[in-house]
Design a protein around this ligand. Structure first.
Ligand code: THU
Length: 160
């Protein structure tokens, strides 16, 4: 038996003002998108904005449903829209923010496991890393320079 240790790295910014200007703008777009989330069941709003290599910015937010599993997270709403509208463009950067009507979200809130798997598909397909910045409604912002930092030991198509 051999033990395998997998390490991952994130960067932490004190708040949105510490971000580089281009990322601050991308995060502001995600914040606006978050406000338009349709989340009447969870009261948990998530916004996503993606910068593509054709300079387009695509947004998404969570869309809930009375049949709960039929809803979709903000991240997948955004990446599937990007894939549908700009199938040849690479996703370079992604900004995510989440707020709750029930509590103050002041810590970085990462994408859920299903969204990590979905984002990974695009990172592998485009053979280019996706920088991911995520935050709550305020406070620290975390940066992952690649999806693979958030999902080590991934399930991917080469095994099929
Ligand atoms: N949600 C997202 O939009 N992204 C995530 O990564 C985690 C969760 C949404 C789904 C649901 O509408 C609400 O947040 C509560 O789980």
């Amino acid at each position: 038996m051999k033990e395998v240790k997998i390490e991952t790295t994130l960067q932490l910014f004190d708040d949105i003002n510490e971000l580089p200007e281009d990322i601050k703008s991308l995060m502001s777009i995600a914040i606006d998108a978050r406000e338009n989330a349709y989340a009447p069941y969870s009261n948990f709003n998530v916004g996503a904005s993606l910068l593509l290599d054709n300079n387009e910015v695509v947004i998404g937010n969570n869309q809930e449903n009375a049949s709960y599993p039929s809803g979709l997270c903000a991240e997948r709403t955004a990446i599937y829209y990007a894939g549908a509208k700009y199938p040849d463009a690479k996703i370079l950067k992604m900004a995510l923010t989440a707020s709750s009507k029930n509590k103050v979200t002041d810590k970085p809130i990462p994408p859920c496991g299903a969204c990590r798997q979905a984002i990974a598909e695009y990172e592998l397909k485009q053979d280019h890393n996706i920088e991911i910045y995520f935050m709550g409604a305020k406070g620290k912002v975390a940066k992952s320079s690649s999806l693979s930092n958030l999902l080590p030991f991934i399930f991917e198509s080469s095994v099929l």
